[in-house]
Design a protein around this ligand. Sequence first.
Ligand code: ADE
Length: 419
Amino acid sequence: MTYKVKDIKLAPQGKRAIEWVERHMPVLAAVRKEFARTEPFKGLTVGAALHVEAKTAALARTLTASGAEVAITSCNPLSTKDDVAAALAKDGINVYAWRGETTREYYSNLNRVLDHKPDILIDDGADLIFLTHTKRTELLKSIRGASEETTTGVNRLRRMASEGALKFPVIAVNDSPAKRLFDNRFGTAESTLQAIMGITNTLVAGKDVVVVGYGFVGRGIASRVRGLGAIVTVVETDPIKALEAVMDGFRVARMNDAARVGDIFITATGNINAIRGEHIRRMKDGAILCNAGHFNVEIDIEGLARLATKRREVLEDVEEFQLRDGRRIHLLAEGRLVNLAGRRSLGHPMEIMDMSFALQALSVEYLARHRGELENWVYDVPPEIDRRVAELKLKSIGVELERPTWEQIRYMKSWRMGT
Ligand code: ADE
């Protein structure tokens, strides 16, 4: 076992954090109990690039309890919790991650994971998968497949698959209803707002909040921030999503107009330069900018820096850019995904990651069991896995499902019955 972490002495603190979340992740616990019996990963190595925080540690420990050798690094240079990384190392897991990795260190750590010659990958953003297709192609033959956690990664992989460039099967955990509807919507909303408020101590009620992008993440944020009393404007390029935002009761505007009114801007587009110089020039003094998307590309930070005459950290995770006329623009967590990249950001709530990581665990078990049966393509999570996770979740919170009668089952199956 090898590791590279910031400070191994932080392990006891990380262990407490892991124990706390594990007590609140009953779905993953049920999967772990089953896997401890069936040992689906016996003799296999799982390589993972995930946000190294307590809930991810619960997933890693589930995999090792199921017979896997696990090697893990972070999928973002700022999201690692050093105490958790230390606790994983103490627990015998190969971990290479620390908060504040340089780009070079980030890629070295991805390579360190790949040095373990993984049979299966778990990725968040597709950087690990991408590396196997570019610089570590010697591994392609032995990799049974991968699962991908996030929208950005899945989009990237679908583009690879459609060009015939994908060389092993991938399961798009992100796209499963049990992930998208809850993790992307409620999880990101709560964790993003928790992070913004935790970093800035700002009041949200009565503020003008601009949500850029109205996919599942944007929808969740817009709805929750309205619940806190904000006046919400949505910016969207897609006509259907824009119309949905209108009918959900939000003001929809172009970025140039929204730029003038916003107190807080939250990007969730998955695209590059959603907020750029021309918008920043119109912003109010004191505007707060942050990003909820996977990569730090949504806010044009270089453009912002070019407009500024002075740049300094005014508070932990808050950088102030002073424009020529004295207006100050505040950027949170270096424009990286704010719900994980802030020093005290926690990521999604435990109950949400319980489902997302149970989906991950069951999806990689599916890959292990179906070796050689799948094409080099991006697959949806098998519906029975989705259903199982939802059922386990309902059970864990004591909610019972109504059972259809035989008459109802027959009715739904028949096309002869009309009135
Ligand atoms: N914690 C671990 N992985 C996460 C993710 N992808 N989003 C939010 N919180 C997380």
